[in-house]
Design a protein around this ligand. Structure first.
Ligand code: 26V
Length: 822
């Protein structure tokens, strides 16, 4: 047993116990008799945090002394979830803390439930950022995460009479024991105002921005503990606050009331996370949020750089690399140009040289409605100098385009940062590609489509700029911490270093046919299913049989993810059971978790439809021995950690070409669920790894999707040619699922027929239904199912986020690890 892996030095059970009790007394002002679970949780966090902070201090000292090059991960979202279990595991303190608490008469599992999720993200993009900073710390790489300290994270979802309602999330109401405020590093950020053009003595034009208002950025640091506890990096999140600044310039120019009344109040900037996932809202406050955190972060980076290098900018891009998580932080590009040109007084070319060696950009979606564009007028109002700089970047870029395609105005129009029209728009994707030295997609197929469809001309101009880095997930959270029994079994079989060397799981392959191992593996799955069934019962009142197939679809609600395809198939099964009570199928429980963007009508209608169909089926004694449907409210990281270990089937059924990568697909497979999925995103690479015979692939490919659209897709063809499908869609219009309210579900039918079915649900229905039948048959062969589940787990090595980070480091960031002195 390799003990050294995550073992703390000089810290044992009684130390932990003493520290917890000390904090109970001295930090919380209570005692062992009065303390409730919440107080115990806080005291335990404080005890752990002592260890964390000591290691943070050592890490920062090592990074400083070695003057390390570091990556700065700029992201509007970090979906961290809970930190207690993660930090305990990464410090190697989980077991002894569990025992220490037991001796105090407290259950670690229970007190961990007291921790609210840090839900500072919408979905995939935000959770990816959280997995990446875990890997960066684990791999001892110098890295800082930069983002926004939202007062309210993603809304809490309640289901009332089947419909979603949104409630504010208040994750800090009782304080967050992990975060540290750093008032010594407050930054100021300018907004609004006007630009003055001055002529310097040397005849050089100088620009001066006279801001209309200034806001303060307060940094909150969340320590990010690497597995093994050696490196502790930070996630620095900015909170906005009003400053006392009053601009007499603007006041005297007669613009005071104007500017002031329209100005966004400083405190509102970091108030709330925008809950739209994959749709661009175009709201002023959102742009201000983006600029606010980018400007604070750049100032922070520059302050640190200057401490070591003074005014010598020549080494800036050797020391600093900034990764843009989508275009949300793209405004950092003109902001750095502004600092270099207006403040540091570098020439444009020198400044651009530095800038374009500093930034790299990750694209996370091809959906046109998600590609950010801002009205030029809005940028002009909020950031007048930045608009000028964007025009200058574009002017010089257009000259490059002219060299490459002389006289071709069509191409210029297409590549321009500025979209002309009755309202000029700034295309943040184009700005990001032009201002970055590397651009990556997040799975092989997605990166190919980025090159082929989204940015083909940019790919021609800079053949090495566009590349792929396939996403990954941290196995520390998504196997070791969330599935302790399976982790222990794996430890026993292959040793305990798989959390940092996930390829090692491959050593399980040789046990895939071993009857004893299959039994042990499936026994743990059943235990996890029993635990989830209990949770389902307590959250919804619905009883489910742990022996049934647990078929899970968990992700944001979006038409392209096709939760409604799943629902139509459930209705088909229900109908078959009603028509033929002895219809032969394995008992199955379909379990959903999904939040819809509050303004996304059809997405909310789909949630309502799932709940109404569920209610009818679950209360229909004719079928509910074989079929149940559960919608678990308020899907979030901590709920995912309970659902994923209990899943038998993983639904990954997006329209081919639409899901950039997916990461839930990796988590589920790692925990021994079998995927039913399309040839989309990382599903393709998962199929490659696990083998075609261990995954249920169905449906149109990207090429077939394109072809079908090109030849003119008519959903009615499928409606009239498939009697079952027609019956199901017609069923939606009756009041069968919504007694007394006929038509309550008809928006769904409408979207799939007269609405044109943009995501080809009807075209893929038959293939999906047949694939589901194969799943059903496969499950009956218990031994082979166990074998397939084991092979899924064993072959997920590629999808550790450590591998993604290694790819970024080697191909883009060029970073060295930095050992932290003990
Ligand atoms: C867009 C917007 C628009 C404005 C309001 C807030 C907001 C927030 C997020 C987004 C874009 C989300 C893009 C995204 O999450 N993409 C997902 O990224 C995952 C990680 O790479 C990937 O696995 C998913 O397939 C992809 O959908």
């Amino acid at each position: 047993k390799s003990k050294a892996l995550a073992e703390p030095v000089n810290f044992n059970k009684s130390d932990i116990k003493d520290a917890i009790v000390r904090h109970l007394h001295c930090s919380l002002g209570t005692d062992e008799n009065k303390a409730n679970n919440h107080a115990w949780w806080k005291a335990a966090c404080a005890a752990v945090q002592e260890q964390v902070l000591e290691r943070l201090r050592r890490t920062q000292k090592s990074h400083y002394l070695n003057d390390t090059r570091a990556v700065h991960y700029f992201s509007a979202e970090f979906l961290m979830g809970r930190l207690m279990s993660n930090n305990l595991h990464n410090l190697g303190l989980f077991e002894i803390t569990d025992q220490a608490l037991q001796e105090l008469g407290v259950s670690l599992t229970d007190i961990m439930e007291e921790e609210p999720d840090m839900a500072l993200g919408n979905g995939g993009l935000g959770r990816l950022a959280a997995c990446f900073i875990d890997s960066l710390a684990t791999m001892e790489l110098p890295a800082v995460g930069y983002g926004i300290h939202y007062e309210h994270g993603l809304f809490r979802q309640e289901i009332k009479n089947g419909a979603q309602i949104e409630r504010p999330d208040s994750w800090r109401d009782y304080g967050n024991p992990w975060e540290i405020c750093r008032p010594e590093s407050i930054q100021e950020v300018s907004l609004y105002g006007y630009v003055e053009t001055k002529y310097g003595e040397n005849g050089r034009i100088q620009k001066e921005w006279h801001p209309g208002s200034i806001v303060k950025g307060i940094p909150w640091d969340i320590p990010v503990v690497g597995f093994g506890g050696k490196t502790v990096n930070v996630l620095r999140l900015w909170e906005s606050q009003a400053s006392n600044y009053f601009n007499w310039d603007v006041f005297n120019a007669g613009g005071y009331v104007d500017a002031q009344s329209e100005n966004v109040q400083a405190e509102t900037i970091s108030k709330v996370l925008y809950p739209n996932d994959e749709t661009e809202a175009g709201k002023e406050l959102r742009l201000i949020q983006q600029y606010f955190f980018c400007a604070c972060s750049l100032k922070d980076i520059i302050r640190r750089y200057k401490r070591a290098h003074g005014d010598d900018w020549s080494r800036f891009s050797d020391q600093v690399v900034i990764q843009l998580n989508d275009t949300h932080p793209a405004i950092a590009i003109p902001e750095l140009m502004r600092i270099l040109v207006d403040r540091a007084e570098l020439g444009w070319d020198d400044a651009w040289e530095i800038c374009s060696k500093t930034f790299a950009y990750t694209n996370h979606t091809l959906l046109p409605e998600a590609l950010e564009k801002w009205p030029a007028r809005m940028i002009e109002k909020i950031l007048p100098r930045h608009l000028e700089i964007i025009y200058e970047i574009n002017f010089r870029f257009m000259a490059e385009v002219e060299k490459m395609w002389p006289g071709d105005n069509k191409i210029k129009q297409k590549l321009s940062i500025i979209e002309e029209g009755n309202q000029k728009m700034v295309r943040m994707g184009n700005l990001s590609v032009i201002g970055s030295f590397a651009v990556n997609g997040v799975a092989e197929i997605h990166s190919k489509l980025v090159k082929k469809n989204l940015f083909p001309e940019f790919d021609q101009m800079w053949p090495d700029k566009l590349t792929n880095v396939t996403n990954g997930i941290t196995p520390r959270r998504w196997l070791k911490a969330c599935n302790p029994d399976l982790s222990a079994l794996i430890d026993k079989k292959i040793g305990n270093d798989w959390p940092v060397k996930l390829e090692k799981l491959n050593d399980l392959v040789k046990f895939a046919d071993e009857a004893k191992f299959q039994k042990d593996f499936m026994k743990i799955k059943l235990k996890n299913k029993v635990a989830l069934a209990k949770e389902v019962k307590s959250l919804t009142g619905i009883e489910i049989d742990p022996k049934a197939i647990f078929d899970v679809q968990i992700k944001r609600l979006h038409e392209y993810k096709r939760q409604h395809l799943n629902l139509l198939h459930i209705m088909a099964l229900y109908r078959r059971l009603l028509e033929n009570p002895s219809y032969d199928m394995e008992p199955r429980v379909f379990i959903f978790g999904a939040k819809a963007a509050p303004g996304y009508k059809l997405a909310k209608d789909i949630i309502y439809a799932i709940n109404m169909v569920a209610e009818r089926i679950n209360n229909d004694e004719r079928v509910n021995k074989k079929l149940k449907v559960v919608f678990l409210p308020n899907y979030r990281v901590s709920l995912a950690e309970k659902m994923i270990p209990a899943a038998d089937v993983s639904e990954q059924i997006s329209t081919a070409g639409k899901e950039a990568s997916g990461t839930g697909n990796m988590k589920l497979s790692l925990n021994g669920a079998l995927t039913i999925g399309t040839m989309d995103g990382a599903n393709i690479e998962i199929a490659e790894e696990v083998g075609e015979e261990n995954i249920f692939i169905f449906g149109l490919t990207v090429e077939e999707v394109d072809k079908l659209h090109a030849q003119g897709y008519n959903p009615y063809d499928y409606y009239y040619n498939n009697a079952e499908l027609k019956a199901i869609l017609d069923w939606l219009e009756t009041d069968y699922f919504t007694p007394g309210k006929p038509g309550a579900l008809s928006s769904l039918k409408y979207s799939l027929l007269d609405g044109g079915d943009p995501y080809l649900v009807l075209a893929d229905f038959d293939a999906y239904s047949k694939a589901q039948h194969k799943v059903d048959l496969a499950y009956r062969d218990t031994k082979n199912w166990a074998r397939m589940a084991i092979l899924n787990c064993a072959r997920m090595g590629k999808f550790t986020s450590d591998r993604s980070i290694r790819d970024y480091v080697e191909r883009i960031w060029k970073l060295d690890a930095c050992k932290v002195d003990e």
